[in-house]
Design a protein around this ligand. Structure first.
Ligand code: 5GP
Ligand code: MG
Length: 183
């Protein structure tokens, strides 16, 4: 096991690169069976999903497209709180099968926003592919069809995920080392 220090906090290895790739291969196998002939559009939500999207797409062998979107947060009306607006979508997605590609589903607030916006655009079928899923934190009902790795409710970093902007380039996934963190 190795550890890294990011912004003065200590993180230790939790999931190795080879475990990550194995789990992604299993999700790709499932997608190759389920979505064959549907010509799905994979929509990767930046920034966190960039590594997952790349490794997943290398193993998806059915006819498909991939595009990238971002979420812009702004304060909505008092009733809706913070709204996460999907930006960068140029494709006509009406009537299509769309696979949202996410880095992590935690409470599910983010994924629910994306889901609702895609529905409003007339998508016929939405699937969610996430690298990581924290079921203990999940508060929504949107089905998480393809979760590569299920984790407990810990804060993790690496393989696309950041801690205050740093750590996205790490090949393995790390968890905050509560015992040795000293904070
Ligand atoms: P949700 O809306 O599901 O609560 O959270 C989704 C977003 O929160 C993710 O896209 C990610 O940006 C951030 N997030 C949730 N859990 C973690 C975590 O353990 N580590 C990191 N780096 N980001 C997280
Ligand atoms: Mg994300």
């Amino acid at each position: 096991m190795s550890s890294v220090v990011i912004h003065g906090r200590t993180f230790k290895t939790k999931i190795t690169s080879s475990e990550i790739l194995k789990a992604i291969g299993e999700v790709a196998d499932q997608i190759n069976v389920d979505l064959k002939g549907k010509k799905p559009l994979f929509l990767a939500v930046l920034n966190g999903s960039f590594m997952f999207a790349a490794d997943l797409m290398k193993k998806v062998n059915i006819e498909c497209e991939i595009s990238f979107v971002k979420l812009a947060s702004y304060e909505g009306t008092s009733s809706t709180g913070t709204v996460k607006q999907l930006i960068g979508l140029n494709e006509d997605i009406k009537g299509r099968t769309v696979v949202i590609v996410e880095d992590i589903v935690d409470t599910g607030v983010t994924i629910e926003h994306v889901w609702e916006q895609l529905k409003a655009l007339g998508v016929s079928e939405i699937k969610i592919a996430t690298l990581l899923f924290k079921p203990a934190a999940y508060t929504k009902t949107v089905p998480i069809e393809y979760a590569a790795i299920v984790i407990p409710n810990d804060f993790i970093v690496g393989y696309g995920l950041d801690y205050k902007g740093l750590g996205r380039n790490l090949e393995d996934i790390y968890v905050l080392d509560y015992e040795n963190d000293g904070k």
